[in-house]
Write a protein that binds this ligand. Structure first.
Ligand code: UT7
Length: 315
């Protein structure tokens, strides 16, 4: 498959580190050097499905594809207000389409997991056009009094339209299941038969352990996939890394020994938007005119699960 177009959509409210320090025992001096984050977009009056729809429409426009041509819609999403129907069905209804649609919950590597799935459908000849939309509102998952997590996240949606082609050179998905490192628990409706104690638990993250997992796994995945596809680190035009922490990105870059210009970032103004992070970055680089035909992009993302994923895509 190949990319035909990209789109993204962000909440209008932007919250700076100084804004957070008005109600939280934190400050820019702690947040920025440790994470690279200065501000983040946060859902207030918007609904996540509207951001998802906006990103989808922009990607379709950019691709020059009519929504009616789509053979499949995959949404990557951890949480939104609806348990059912899936976010993909909500977006599909607003686009007025009726192709197969489903959600995946693969946390931060969701865009790459979705690309890998779409690739299988392309290879089996079942689809000719696929839309992937990653829409996330992690700011609705966190405890806003927990300074160790709430300063890290931002919301948004990123989307890409794919068509037939040979441009996805390879993908590598991996899992190191360890639910205790990063999780949120959502209380279900009571029934007359449930006797165990249940409670909502906002996002819990063992930051240092996730940090180590991210640098180690992403460096290994990228090294392995480049070897598999016969591409040297220097031949890669851009490394599109999940925007979780600038120090994680720097750690991966140092491991690979590649120049900083090949690692575009937008974490400064976005924070970590889970699976939306990679496609938002992709769209911003695309709109900035950074890519030319034949450029090799390496995607790498890591997160709850713990899951990680890497992909090599020719632009
Ligand atoms: O999407 C993928 C999933 N997430 C990630 O990839 C995140 C991975 N982890 C990280 O990015 C980093 O571990 C963090 C940014 C979360 C934390 O950085 P750290 O250097 O590992 O800090 P720490 O958690 O060890 O905390 C150091 C100190 C603690 O104080 P004491 O116990 O040393 O006195 C914290 O209480 O910093 C304190 N602290 C803060 N202080 C001011 C924690 N959060 C804050 C804060 N403001 N927001």
């Amino acid at each position: 498959m190949k990319i035909l177009g990209t789109g993204s959509s962000l909440p209008t409210m932007q919250v700076s580190n100084d804004d957070l320090s008005k109600f939280l025992d934190t400050n820019d001096e702690w947040i920025f050097p440790r994470t690279g984050i200065k501000s983040r977009h946060i859902i207030s009056s918007e609904k996540l499905e509207d951001l998802a729809l906006d990103a989808a429409r922009k990607a379709l426009d950019n691709a020059g594809v009519d929504a009616g041509e789509l053979d499949m819609l995959i949404c990557s999403n951890v949480v939104n207000e609806f348990i059912t129907p899936s976010l993909s069905c909500i977006v599909a209804s607003k686009l007025g389409i009726s192709c197969p649609c489903f959600d995946i919950n693969c946390a931060c590597p969701g865009f790459i997991y979705a690309m890998d799935m779409a690739d299988s459908y392309f290879r089996s000849g079942k689809v000719k056009k696929v839309l992937i939309v990653c829409a996330e509102e992690p700011t609705r998952m966190i405890d806003w009094s927990d300074r160790s997590t709430c300063v890290l996240f931002g919301d948004g949606a990123g989307a890409a339209v794919f068509g037939e082609g040979d441009n996805l050179r390879g993908t590598r998905l991996s899992a190191q299941p360890d639910p205790d490192k990063l999780y949120e628990i959502h209380k279900l409706q009571p029934t007359p038969y449930i006797t165990k104690e249940e409670a909502d638990v906002p996002l819990v993250m063992k930051g240092r352990e996730v940090f180590k997992f991210a640098v180690t796994t992403s460096s290994r995945d990228i090294t392995d996939i480049l070897a598999e596809t016969g591409i040297t680190p220097d031949q890669v035009s851009y490394y599109m890394i999940h925007q979780a922490n600038l120090r994680i990105i720097d750690g991966i870059r140092e491991h690979l020994g590649v120049a900083p210009e090949k690692f575009p970032t937008n974490i400064r103004d976005h924070g970590n938007s889970s699976s939306a992070s990679c496609p938002i970055l992709l769209d911003e680089c695309n709109k900035a005119g950074m890519f030319k035909k034949g450029d090799i992009l390496v995607f790498s993302a890591f997160g709850a699960g713990l899951l990680s994923a890497t992909a090599v895509l020719e632009w």
